[in-house]
Design a binder for this molecule. Structure first.
Ligand code: CUA
Length: 154
Protein backbone atom coordinates (compact mmCIF):
# COMPACT_ATOMS: atom_id res chain seq x y z
CA UNK A 1 0.00 0.00 0.00
CA UNK A 2 1.33 3.38 -0.98
CA UNK A 3 1.02 6.17 1.62
CA UNK A 4 0.57 9.66 0.24
CA UNK A 5 3.61 11.93 0.66
CA UNK A 6 1.50 14.51 2.49
CA UNK A 7 0.30 11.86 4.94
CA UNK A 8 3.84 10.55 5.46
CA UNK A 9 5.08 14.05 6.33
CA UNK A 10 2.42 14.36 9.03
CA UNK A 11 3.11 10.86 10.37
CA UNK A 12 6.76 11.78 10.78
CA UNK A 13 5.93 15.15 12.33
CA UNK A 14 3.63 13.49 14.89
CA UNK A 15 6.30 10.85 15.59
CA UNK A 16 8.97 13.49 16.21
CA UNK A 17 6.66 15.36 18.62
CA UNK A 18 5.85 12.19 20.58
CA UNK A 19 9.57 11.39 20.94
CA UNK A 20 10.32 14.99 21.99
CA UNK A 21 7.58 15.03 24.65
CA UNK A 22 8.55 11.62 26.03
CA UNK A 23 12.16 12.81 26.10
CA UNK A 24 11.17 15.89 28.10
CA UNK A 25 9.33 13.73 30.65
CA UNK A 26 12.23 11.28 30.97
CA UNK A 27 14.79 14.09 31.23
CA UNK A 28 12.99 15.86 34.09
CA UNK A 29 12.47 12.51 35.84
CA UNK A 30 16.12 11.53 35.48
CA UNK A 31 17.50 14.91 36.60
CA UNK A 32 14.88 15.44 39.35
CA UNK A 33 14.57 18.95 37.95
CA UNK A 34 11.64 19.98 40.10
CA UNK A 35 12.02 23.42 41.60
CA UNK A 36 9.76 26.35 42.33
CA UNK A 37 9.45 28.76 39.41
CA UNK A 38 10.26 31.86 41.45
CA UNK A 39 13.02 33.11 43.75
CA UNK A 40 15.14 29.96 43.84
CA UNK A 41 16.95 29.84 47.15
CA UNK A 42 17.95 26.55 48.68
CA UNK A 43 18.17 25.08 52.15
CA UNK A 44 18.67 21.63 53.63
CA UNK A 45 15.24 20.10 54.33
CA UNK A 46 16.74 17.54 56.72
CA UNK A 47 17.93 20.21 59.16
CA UNK A 48 14.86 22.44 58.91
CA UNK A 49 14.14 22.25 62.65
CA UNK A 50 17.43 23.98 63.48
CA UNK A 51 17.37 26.44 60.58
CA UNK A 52 17.74 30.04 61.87
CA UNK A 53 14.70 31.24 59.94
CA UNK A 54 12.58 28.19 59.17
CA UNK A 55 13.24 26.47 62.50
CA UNK A 56 10.88 28.98 64.10
CA UNK A 57 8.33 30.07 61.47
CA UNK A 58 6.90 33.44 62.42
CA UNK A 59 5.38 36.71 61.30
CA UNK A 60 8.00 39.47 61.54
CA UNK A 61 7.31 43.17 61.14
CA UNK A 62 10.06 45.31 59.62
CA UNK A 63 10.70 48.92 60.69
CA UNK A 64 9.28 50.21 57.39
CA UNK A 65 5.91 48.58 58.10
CA UNK A 66 6.32 45.67 55.73
CA UNK A 67 5.90 42.15 57.01
CA UNK A 68 7.76 38.90 56.41
CA UNK A 69 5.92 35.63 56.99
CA UNK A 70 7.88 32.40 57.22
CA UNK A 71 5.90 29.24 56.52
CA UNK A 72 6.88 25.59 56.70
CA UNK A 73 4.31 23.40 55.00
CA UNK A 74 4.18 19.76 56.00
CA UNK A 75 1.77 16.86 55.70
CA UNK A 76 -0.96 18.14 56.23
CA UNK A 77 -0.54 21.48 57.88
CA UNK A 78 0.57 25.06 57.26
CA UNK A 79 1.20 25.83 60.93
CA UNK A 80 -0.77 28.28 63.08
CA UNK A 81 -3.11 30.93 61.63
CA UNK A 82 -1.16 33.77 60.03
CA UNK A 83 -2.07 37.27 61.17
CA UNK A 84 -1.00 40.15 58.92
CA UNK A 85 -1.93 43.82 58.57
CA UNK A 86 -3.93 45.23 55.65
CA UNK A 87 -2.40 47.83 53.30
CA UNK A 88 1.20 46.71 53.95
CA UNK A 89 3.40 44.61 51.70
CA UNK A 90 3.51 41.08 53.09
CA UNK A 91 6.34 38.86 51.89
CA UNK A 92 5.70 35.16 52.23
CA UNK A 93 8.71 32.85 52.40
CA UNK A 94 7.79 29.21 52.21
CA UNK A 95 9.34 25.83 52.15
CA UNK A 96 8.23 22.28 52.79
CA UNK A 97 9.37 19.79 55.40
CA UNK A 98 8.42 16.73 53.36
CA UNK A 99 6.80 16.70 49.92
CA UNK A 100 5.64 19.30 47.42
CA UNK A 101 2.68 21.31 48.68
CA UNK A 102 0.69 24.15 47.19
CA UNK A 103 0.10 27.47 48.94
CA UNK A 104 -2.84 29.34 47.51
CA UNK A 105 -4.41 32.20 49.43
CA UNK A 106 -7.99 31.89 48.26
CA UNK A 107 -9.55 35.09 46.95
CA UNK A 108 -6.18 36.64 46.07
CA UNK A 109 -3.63 36.07 43.32
CA UNK A 110 -1.14 34.71 45.87
CA UNK A 111 -0.26 31.18 44.81
CA UNK A 112 3.06 29.37 45.11
CA UNK A 113 4.58 25.95 45.54
CA UNK A 114 6.27 24.80 48.73
CA UNK A 115 9.07 22.51 47.63
CA UNK A 116 11.41 20.70 50.04
CA UNK A 117 14.93 22.12 49.75
CA UNK A 118 13.78 25.40 48.21
CA UNK A 119 12.43 28.72 49.41
CA UNK A 120 9.53 30.16 47.44
CA UNK A 121 8.97 33.85 47.94
CA UNK A 122 6.32 36.32 46.87
CA UNK A 123 4.93 39.60 48.14
CA UNK A 124 1.28 40.53 48.33
CA UNK A 125 -0.62 43.49 49.77
CA UNK A 126 -4.06 42.81 51.23
CA UNK A 127 -6.47 45.67 50.44
CA UNK A 128 -8.99 44.96 53.16
CA UNK A 129 -9.27 43.20 56.50
CA UNK A 130 -10.76 39.75 56.41
CA UNK A 131 -10.02 36.06 56.50
CA UNK A 132 -8.58 33.98 53.69
CA UNK A 133 -8.29 30.24 53.47
CA UNK A 134 -4.92 28.83 52.47
CA UNK A 135 -5.43 25.83 50.23
CA UNK A 136 -2.90 23.19 49.30
CA UNK A 137 -3.29 22.75 45.56
CA UNK A 138 -0.60 20.15 44.95
CA UNK A 139 -1.59 16.58 45.70
CA UNK A 140 0.51 15.61 48.70
CA UNK A 141 -1.03 12.50 50.17
CA UNK A 142 -4.14 10.98 51.70
CA UNK A 143 -5.21 14.07 53.62
CA UNK A 144 -4.35 16.57 50.88
CA UNK A 145 -7.98 17.66 50.70
CA UNK A 146 -7.93 18.52 54.40
CA UNK A 147 -4.74 20.59 54.23
CA UNK A 148 -5.94 24.13 54.81
CA UNK A 149 -4.66 27.11 56.72
CA UNK A 150 -5.84 30.61 57.46
CA UNK A 151 -4.61 34.14 56.83
CA UNK A 152 -6.26 36.76 59.01
CA UNK A 153 -5.89 40.30 57.69
CA UNK A 154 -6.42 42.98 60.35
CU1 CUA B 1 -0.32 19.59 50.97
CU2 CUA B 1 -1.78 18.87 49.23
Amino acid sequence: MQVELYERIWLWAAGVLIVAFLGAILLTTATQAVEPPSHVETLDPTTLATHPEFGTPAVARRPDGSVVVTVVASMFDFGPDIEVPAHAPVTFRLTSADVVHGFQIVGTNANAMAVPGYVSQFTVTFDAPGEHTIACNEYCGLLHHAMVGKVIVK
